[in-house]
Design a protein. Structure first.
Lengths: 69, 69, 69, 69, 69, 69
């Protein structure tokens, strides 16, 4: 029954359809295994965030990727 | 004054502009009626989620729709 | 199937158990009526926020209530 | 680097400290494995929600538990 | 280490890349200054919301902009 | 008019009432300055998260604090 929201970078870093299905399956299995939750109502939402809109340490991911490349 | 976030499937299941306006009006009226809240600062945000990004019971909505069709 | 999050002030402004049940019922009915959604998986979460932790216009609700009393 | 938010029922249904640590570890490992993400900045937040504040299908968890007991 | 989510109108009201970088830098500096937080893991996510999907006082921003123009 | 949510550790790391007021004022001023937003409807909510419920890099803050002390 829990609700899970996963927020990660999209665009050219977006997960594939298969990876998203695997994340949804994996996090559901984890909650069932650890907490014995009923999976029936367990909701997972994945948000893909543009790299200009995601910041770590005061810098956008766009900038971080430039520095590390 | 409350804040409300409604997250639902988008794409070919997305609500129309009229339906979104009706949801925003309806949830605002509900909070005013039940809690006597001032509607002036009552904020509602609707997020439309791709069916690949929304999972229930460990399966994406994309897969669920295939099974039920 | 949608997910709804309602965030409002708690403490001495918290809704009663009956009001919370009425909000959950009301917002579910609204989504069923406007969007014809299946209510079975429709999740609503209410968060009660302390007045020191909720700001409007740059001022906490704690301060706003003092000014208006 | 992703951000994950897990929202589940608290109170007498709250996970133990060990279970919460296991969830945080498990979801981090999942994202590293599936998406090859750097775990260093991967943030997980667990919110425990009162059963009066969590609704499914228009009914609070408090009510659902009564019916199923 | 805190997590910050900023939700604002997108489309023709969307902030520029430079403004988004400035917001991310600004809110990070604020949290470092006021709370002495380590900026290294401080995450900021900006969500741009369509004007049809954002309501204030029961009315969408789309409608509000028409009235005020 | 934007909505801002700040999530940080509570308990013995919780900000004081004055710090929370300063954060709310500061983030509101930032959005007004950078984006020229109307502060009237600008909402800020601060969530204080228990250290057992907040994880970075797969480890709870509770564990991280032990290691660094």
């Amino acid at each position: 029954m829990p609700f899970v929201n996963i927020r990660l970078t999209g665009g050219d870093e977006a997960p594939t359809r298969e990876q998203k299905a695997e994340l949804i399956k994996g996090v559901t299995d984890l909650l069932v295994r650890v907490l014995n939750k009923n999976p029936a109502n367990l909701v997972v939402i994945i948000d893909e965030i543009e790299k200009d809109n995601y910041g770590i340490g005061g810098v956008t991911i766009t900038e971080l990727r430039k520095k590390s490349s």
